[in-house]
Design a protein around this ligand. Structure first.
Ligand SMILES: *Cc1c(COP(=O)(O)O)cnc(C)c1O
Length: 495
């Protein structure tokens, strides 16, 4: 049953909590606030008991798909199990109750953790130094691009082009454009990898950097990465790696040894801190030694046995986040890395790769893999054969919800027609992968015999198929005609 809006549970005069009468002399609001700024009517808030609010939001939370309730094979986004140990560590009062304005002398433990995390990320990636400030992968990209611009500026030149392969994540061209660069696309070769001839052709004197994802969004490792880096370095262009797919390299390969100059990691993906729904993330940026001076400030420095903040650095691009980034996420990532250790991270990665290849092998007889090779942590199948039955990748994704699985990423990367991008991650069992494969095979049969069923999915969810465009353009959060309506200005009106 659909959960009503909280406003519909409202009963005039009902209260969540009653404060004892105040024994402090009061103010009148219009003594402090100009009367033309005062409300004439109380705000239209729901009037409900505390317990009703708890039930309402708990029920809503149970209507969601989540990593803790469902298999979530969302390609490119590494939705894996987040060990609850990380939560316990991050919730320790010594971490959770710190204030960012506390002087360094009072927060030595936290500074030690941030310092060590930076060292660990350097060890994992082979980079020389990290900033922990950026709050997301995309913000890490932006930070990296600012560093690239600063590098060329220091060399006394302006370079305005960033090369980006067509297999890149959508945030890459967006971040480059936002930083004021021109984006030039590299068309992938037939194997789904960067085509060296294409690269050389487009590598003009104006190229500041190549931005690539490795493994790329097809789940394929760029085999020629060292040659690619050498070709760029010959022109003093930099190579930026989108490291959101680091789940496929952990403990096995280090971007610093591939010739990568700078990269961002997505701690909320690879290093297992909960994400989704816009929740906090962290996109630390690692650089080689010659780019270190450009990193954002402040940075944690170790002097003898003490830690302190270094607030200034002449070449720094400045701050990219208030205070020191999303510190709670950093604590979780630190806990995860320390709990697994070098061996554990490598085994996690191996299991992620084996799981992806196992699932690919099971699905491949029915759903072709256009760029077929041993994949890394994810792979992309095409559902274009179902088009003859009028069924799209989007329909199959919706039908998967009926089978109790969150849908994989659809229609991405753009170079694959009717794409489903599947990333099972290391934390799923063989049984779960088998059930998922069985569900997809069953849906493929349905698409042939009962295409309407698939086209009209989901049927077993609380809501039916939504018009996604209309939902975004004309939000109407009313659940029953004539009760409540949110107007575009966001105010609540009773109809
Ligand atoms: C998720 C992802 C990003 C963007 O990261 P956000 O934290 O969502 O900003 C960039 N590149 C790749 C390959 C990703 O998977």
């Amino acid at each position: 049953m659909a959960e009503p809006l909280i406003f519909e549970r409202s009963v005039p005069g009902r209260r969540g909590y009653l404060l004892p009468p105040s024994d402090v002399p009061g103010f009148r609001a219009d003594d402090i606030v100009p009367s033309d700024r005062l409300r004439t009517e109380p705000p239209p808030l729901p009037e409900i008991a505390e317990f009703d609010a708890i039930r309402h939001y708990t029920r809503l939370s149970q209507q969601n798909f989540s990593v803790d309730t469902h298999f979530y094979p969302l390609g490119s986004c590494t939705m894996k199990y987040n060990p609850k140990l990380n939560e316990r560590i991050a919730a320790l009062p010594g971490f959770a109750f710190l204030h960012p304005f506390q002087p360094a002398a009072q927060v030595q433990g936290m500074l030690a953790l941030l310092y060590e995390l930076e060292q660990l990320l350097c060890a994992i990636t082979g980079m020389h130094a990290f900033t922990l400030q950026p709050a997301a992968g995309a913000q890490g990209e932006l930070t990296g691009l600012k560093i690239i611009a600063a590098y060329h500026r220091r060399k006394g030149r302006r370079r305005s082009t960033i090369l980006i392969p067509d297999s890149a994540h959508g945030t890459n061209p967006a971040s480059a454009a936002l930083s004021g660069f021109q984006v030039v696309q590299l068309v992938s070769g037939r194997d789904g990898l960067i085509d060296l001839n294409e690269l050389k052709e487009k590598l003009t004197k104006d190229v500041a950097a190549l931005m690539l994802t490795n493994p790329n969004t097809l789940g394929l490792f760029e085999r020629e990465i060292k040659t690619i880096a050498a070709v760029l370095h010959e022109q003093d262009a930099l190579i930026y790696m989108d490291g959101a797919n680091m789940n496929a390299l952990l403990g096995i390969a280090r971007p610093g040894e591939m010739g990568v100059d700078l990269l961002q990691l997505n701690l909320h993906k690879t290093f297992s801190t909960p994400h989704g729904g816009g929740g906090p993330g962290a996109g630390p940026v690692g650089v080689v030694k010659r780019l270190e001076d450009f990193l954002p400030v402040p940075r944690v420095r170790k002097v003898g046995k003490r830690f302190r903040w270094e607030e200034r650095s002449r070449a720094s691009i400045g701050r990219v986040h208030g205070f020191y980034g999303n510190v709670g996420v950093l604590v979780r990532a630190y806990a995860y890395i320390r709990a697994l250790g070098r061996e554990g991270l490598m085994r996690a990665n191996q299991a992620a790769i084996i799981n992806a290849n196992y699932l690919k092998a099971k699905l491949q007889p029915i759903f072709p893999v256009p760029f077929d090779d041993h994949c890394m942590h994810e792979f992309v199948v095409t559902l274009k054969a179902l088009k003859t039955h009028g069924v799209t990748a989007g329909d199959v994704a919706k039908r998967l919800l009926d089978y109790g699985f969150y849908a994989p990423t659809v229609y991405f990367p753009l170079i694959v027609d009717e794409a489903l991008m599947i990333e099972p991650t290391e934390t799923e069992s063989k049984e779960t992968l088998d059930e998922f494969a069985d569900a997809l095979l069953a849906i493929e049969q349905e698409a042939k015999t009962k295409p309407d069923l698939v086209r009209q999915a989901p049927q077993r969810m609380i809501v039916e198929r939504l018009d996604e465009v209309k939902a975004a353009r004309e939000p109407n959060l009313r659940w029953k005609a004539g009760t409540f309506l949110f107007s575009p200005e966001g105010s609540t009106q009773r109809k």
